[in-house]
Design a protein around this ligand. Structure first.
Ligand code: ADP
Ligand code: G6P
Length: 489
C-alpha cells in the first residue's frame, strides 16, 4: 500500500534514529572518514530498500566548527544521510546520561541507577532536559528536510519525545515510532520519574511498533494504568484519538549473508579459521560489550562446562567477539574489566602452552570476517539477560546452511519467540543449565541439528528486514487513511 506510486517513484521515507548507519572519524580540518556503525538498529534498517530513504541522525562525533560541519554534511549526503550536530555537553547528558544510563537499563529490567534513586533529582532533571532538547534538535532537522507526503519513522528509546515535537509543528505529518528494545512491564516503567510525559509524547505518533506482542501489551498497560487511558485491541485511545499499537518483529537482510558466503574473501577466511581450530569444536559469541548481553554469565557457564567435562577441554574453543560500546558510561567500563578478569582467570586455569579455551576480542569484525566466523561455528551462544530481539542469532542461522550448527538462546531475547522451536532455550542466570545445554549442543546428533536448523532458517529467510519495514510503513499509511475516514464519519 503506497510504496511505489503509479509513475514508479518510491515513497520517501525519513528514518530518524540517534545513530546514523555510518559514524564519522575526522582525518583533517575538512576531511572525514565514514565507518559502518555497529548495532541491531543499523543492521535491520540497512536492509530496507523499497523506499526512497533519507537518514537523519547523529554521526557519533563532536564537530564544533563550521568548516568541519559543512564537510561532514557533504560527505554524509553521498550516503543519503543528514547529520544532527550534538555538542559534547548534550551528548554527555542526553546520550551517556538519560539514554544509556537511565532508559536503556530500565527498559532491560536493570532498574534506575542508585545515585538518582537516592539523592539528587538534579542530575536526573538536567539529563531529562538535555534529552528533550536533543529531541527538539532532531525535530528541527526533520522539519527542515520534510516534504509533503513523506513518511517519518522515528526509532528507539533515544527519541521518545520526537513524535510530540513533530506533531506539534505539523499535525498532518505521518509519524511512526518503533522501539528496538523491550518495553518493560508497566510496574518497571512506573518507577521512572518522567513516566507519563514520555508515554504521552510517544502517543502523539500515528503508529507505535514493538518487536513482540508482549512489549506492545506492556506499553498499552502502562498507558492505561499510568495515564488512565483506554486500551483497545487496536491500540490506545485518548479523547477520541487512536494511536495504533502493534508488534512488528524485525528481521535481517538474510540474502546479504547467504550471498557473502560465496565470496572468495569469505571462503579464504573460513579456510584459515578451519585450519586454526582443526580438531576443536568452535563456539561463538558476538555482542556489543553491553551489560544486557550476559557476557560474564556466558563465560562462567563455559567454565562450568569445562570443569565438569575434562574430556572436552582440548576439543572446544569459545570465541567471544565483543565490540566496545558506550565507553563513556561507567557501567560499561566496569563490565569491560570484569569480563577481562574472568577470561584471564579461566584461560589461566584451563589453558596449555599451545592453546587457550577462550579467545576474547574487544573489537568489531568486518562483514566478511563475521560471516566466515558464523559459518564455521558449531554452537552459537546468546545469553542476554534481556534483549529487544537479538539479530546476532538471526545472522548465525543465515550463515549455517551447510554446517547446521546449534543455537543456544536466552529465553529473555525477543528472538526466543521466533527461533525458540529451533534453538535450545536457556535461562542465562542459571549457569548450570547453560553449561549442560553446551554439552547437549556439542553432542547433538546430525538429524536433530538439521531439523532445528531448518525451522530457524525458514524463519530468518522469510521474515526479513525488508518485509518488516514494508509492513510497518504500509500499516502507517493505512492507519492514517482510516483516521481520516473516521473523522469524516
Ligand atoms: P544490539 O542491537 O543490542 O547491538 P543485535 O544482536 O540485535 O544487538 O545486533 C547487533 C548487530 O551488531 C549485529 O548486526 C551484529 O552483527 C553487529 N555486531 C555486534 N557485535 C559485533 C562485533 N563484535 N563485530 C561486528 N559486528 C558486531
Ligand atoms: C541497540 C539500540 C540502537 C543502538 C545500538 C548501538 O541496538 O537499540 O538504538 O544504535 O544498540 O548502540 P549505540 O549506543 O552505539 O548507538
Amino acid at each position: 500500500a503506497g510504496r511505489v506510486s503509479l509513475d514508479g517513484s518510491k515513497q520517501r521515507l525519513l528514518v530518524v534514529a540517534n545513530r546514523l548507519p555510518v559514524s564519522a572519524v575526522r582525518r583533517g580540518e575538512d576531511s572525514w572518514q565514514l565507518e559502518m556503525s555497529v548495532g541491531g538498529l543499523v543492521t535491520a534498517l540497512l536492509g530496507v530498500k523499497e523506499f526512497e530513504t533519507r537518514w537523519i541522525g547523529w554521526a557519533g562525533v563532536n564537530v564544533p566548527d563550521e568548516i568541519g560541519q559543512k564537510a561532514l554534511t557533504k560527505a554524509l549526503a553521498e550516503k543519503r544521510c543528514i547529520p544532527v550536530f550534538l555538542d559534547e555537553e548534550i551528548v554527555h547528558q542526553y546520550y551517556n546520561g538519560y539514554c544509556n544510563n537511565i532508559l536503556w537499563p530500565l527498559f532491560h529490567y536493570l532498574g534506575l541507577p542508585q545515585e538518582d534513586r537516592l539523592a539528587t533529582t538534579r542530575s536526573f532533571q538536567s539529563q531529562l532536559d538535555a534529552y528533550k532538547k536533543a529531541n527538539q534538535m532532531f525535530a528541527d532537522v526533520v522539519n527542515e528536510h520534510y516534504e509533503e507526503g513523506d513518511v517519518v519513522w522515528c526509532h528507539d528509546y533515544h527519541l521518545m519525545f520526537l513524535p510530540k515535537c513533530l506533531k506539534e509543528r505539523n499535525n498532518k505529518m505521518k509519524v511512526g515510532w518503533f522501539l528496538h528494545t523491550p518495553f518493560p512491564s508497566s510496574e518497571i516503567h512506573r518507577t521512572l520519574p518522567s513516566r507519563s510525559e514520555l508515554l504521552r509524547s510517544v502517543l502523539a505518533a500515528d503508529l507505535v511498533g514493538f518487536h513482540t506482542y508482549d512489549y506492545a501489551r506492556h506499553f498499552v498497560s502502562a498507558c492505561t494504568r499510568i495515564l488512565g487511558l483506554e486500551g483497545t485491541p487496536e491500540g490506545v485511545e485518548d479523547q477520541g484519538k487512536l494511536t495504533r499499537v502493534a508488534a512488528f518483529p524485525i528481521g535481517i537482510d538474510s540474502d546479504r549473508f547467504i550471498r557473502a558466503l560465496e565470496l572468495p574473501q569469505v571462503q579464504d577466511h573460513m579456510k584459515e579459521l578451519k585450519e586454526r581450530f582443526a580438531g576443536r569444536k568452535v563456539m561463538l559469541g558476538v555482542d556489543r560489550l553491553d551489560m544486557i548481553k550476559g557476557i560474564p554469565q556466558k563465560i562462567l557457564a563455559f567454565e562450568k562446562f569445562l570443569e565438569e567435562n575434562p574430556n572436552w577441554r582440548d576439543k572446544v574453543v569459545l570465541l567471544q567477539i565483543a565490540v566496545p560500546t558506550r565507553t563513556d558510561v561507567p557501567e560499561y567500563q566496569k563490565l569491560t574489566s570484569q569480563v577481562h578478569e574472568i577470561v584471564g582467570r579461566i584461560n589461566g586455569r584451563f589453558g596449555t602452552l599451545t592453546a587457550v579455551p577462550i579467545h576474547h576480542l574487544d573489537r568489531s569484525l568486518d562483514f566478511p570476517a563475521l560471516c566466515a566466523l558464523y559459518a564455521v561455528t558449531d554452537v552459537a551462544l546468546v545469553t542476554s539477560s534481556r534483549d529487544g530481539m537479538n539479530l546476532v542469532s538471526y545472522e548465525f542461522v543465515a550463515c549455517q546452511a551447510s554446517k547446521k550448527g546449534v543455537l543456544i538462546l536466552s529465553e529473555f531475547a525477543g528472538a526466543a519467540q521466533s527461533l525458540g522451536a529451533g534453538a535450545i532455550l536457556v535461562n542465562p542466570w542459571n549457569i548450570t543449565e547453560v553449561a549442560s545445554s553446551i554439552g547437549y549442543a556439542l553432542n547433538m546428533p546430525a538429524d536433530e541439528r538439521e531439523k532445528r536448523h531448518h525451522h530457524n532458517f525458514m524463519h530468518v529467510t522469510t521474515h526479513t528486514s525488508q518485509e518488516w519495514a514494508a509492513t510497518f510503513v504500509s500499516e502507517l499509511n493505512d492507519t492514517i487513511v482510516e483516521a481520516q475516514l473516521r473523522l469524516r464519519q
